[in-house]
Design a protein around this ligand. Structure first.
Ligand SMILES: Cc1ncc(COP(=O)(O)O)c(C=O)c1O
Length: 442
């Protein structure tokens, strides 16, 4: 495989893909939201090949999972080596070296120069449920606060704090009753019709003056769960004051801060974790997606004194298997050795500047926001900012037919989250396709 660019050789979906899709639709869960009719069979770097030989430039990396690029050779090599030695020993009953080595590496790169502990699991949702249970266990307090438009996953604990749309919640009630919600600073569509700066962070005043004065007592609140940049909700970056207010609440009321860095973590924003941009040190931090570059893995890292639960309070049979741990160790080595954070900053700035130019030419682009290589483009129909959800979906399909994988977020946003190894030429290729599609939409 030596891909040099996107290449479409059949109608889409091609004949083989069409066959697989028909069989899939008859048997797999109808709850899966498919963005495009891609049946992947091979991938490398920033490219994915489908079953009919079409090659796509990947601006989504499976929602940020293949962070250091599809099948990074060093990750694959580490996995192969481990496969030849030991695939599984139940690490709930016994011990393995890779778990310990990864913990040592993780503590160096997670925010906060304090003693920590880690709990490994298999998905972002599990890392969230771990965090919720741990915060409850440690504090013995009743409530947790989440943010409107937040996405934390699909297990019952994570679903209870997910408010991106009703489809994620309808039919499952009553959800975990500890959850209370408050607005996230979504400045482009401020719920209070204010403009930042100069708005006094009215959205956060709602938390302090309404939620904590009329609904739940702060000293009965175990945790606040937040995304440092809202992901599925639309790539929404809060102002720095958001973090100052959270820090104050933590200090004043002893509320534990859980940063969900499942999507923002692992270099995506130009720092290992997005909280670092704001000098914020969460008590508990969750990570998954890019953690093992495609192998199912997650971790919840907490201050040592917070992860103080009893023997048998929380475990999982498959957690922290040695193959996955070796993949995760290799990812951290690659990020360091290949200066991935620097590339994210350089390419992120370049991509952002090019998008700003594109916005001048296409009025459908209402807002561009993000950090590093995590950039959201919100599409609007008019000056009243009417969400252009249908046009966004059409644009994704038009890009797909030209060999570019794009993903949606929120009601009418695109999320650009390419592998962090992407170079300028590949960005230009993707942008040229996007512009073609925008012209067609116009
Ligand atoms: C911020 C955030 N938290 C949690 C999750 C859930 O992760 P998973 O799908 O691996 O369970 C996601 C997934 O998109 C996410 O973006």
């Amino acid at each position: 495989m030596n891909y040099t660019g996107p290449k479409i050789v059949t109608s889409l979906p091609g004949p083989k893909a069409q066959g697989v899709i028909e069989r899939d639709l008859a048997m797999l869960s109808p709850s899966l939201t498919r963005t495009a009719p891609l049946v992947g069979v091979r991938a490398e770097g920033v490219y994915v090949e489908d079953i009919d030989g079409n090659v796509f430039l990947d601006f989504g990396s499976g929602i940020g999972v293949t962070g250091v690029g599809h099948r990074h050779p060093k990750v694959i090599e580490a996995v192969k080596k481990q496969l030849d030695a030991l695939v599984f020993v139940n690490s709930l009953d016994y011990y393995t070296l890779p778990q310990v080595e990864l913990a040592e590496m993780l503590f160096k790169v997670t925010p906060g120069d304090f003693p920590k502990r880690v709990f490994y699991s298999n998905s972002g949702s599990e890392s969230i449920d771990t965090a919720i249970k741990m915060a409850k266990w440690h504090s013995r307090r009743a409530y947790g606060v989440g943010f409107i438009n937040g996405f934390h996953g699909r297990t019952m604990g994570a679903t209870s704090f997910t408010t991106t749309n009703l489809a994620a919640r309808r039919g499952f009630s009553p959800l975990y009753p500890i959850a209370q919600f408050t607005p996230y600073p979504y400045c482009y569509r401020c719920l209070f019709n204010r403009t930042y700066p100069g708005c006094d962070m009215e959205c956060m005043n709602y938390l302090t003056d309404v939620v904590f004065k009329k609904i739940i007592a702060p000293d009965e609140t175990a945790f606040i769960l937040f995304e440092p940049v809202q992901g599925a909700g639309g790539y929404i970056v809060p102002p720095k004051e958001f973090f100052t207010i959270l820090s104050d609440l933590a200090k004043k009321h002893g509320i534990l801060m859980i940063a969900d860095e499942v999507q923002t973590g692992y270099g995506r924003t130009g720092k290992m974790f997005a909280c670092e941009h704001f000098g914020f040190e969460p008590d508990i931090i969750t990570m998954s997606k890019a953690f093992a570059n495609g192998f199912p893995a997650a971790a919840t890292v907490a201050r040592r004194e917070v992860m103080d639960w009893d023997d048998n309070a929380h475990e999982g049979t498959l957690n922290g298997g040695p193959v996955i741990m070796e993949a995760a160790k290799a990812v951290l080595r690659v990020i360091d050795e290949e200066k991935i954070l620097e590339n994210v900053r350089i390419q992120g700035e370049y991509l952002r500047a090019q998008l700003d130019e594109l916005q001048k030419r296409y009025s459908i682009i209402g807002d561009i926001r993000g950090m590093g290589l995590m950039i959201g483009i919100e599409l609007v129909k008019d000056e009243k900012k009417t969400p252009a959800g249908k046009q966004r979906d059409e644009l994704i399909q038009a890009a797909f037919s030209r060999g570019l994988l794009l993903m949606a977020a929120g009601a009418s946003s695109l999320r650009l989250i390419p592998p962090m190894i992407i170079n300028r030429e590949q960005i230009d290729t993707g942008l040229a396709i996007m512009e073609d599609c925008l012209k067609e939409l116009h």
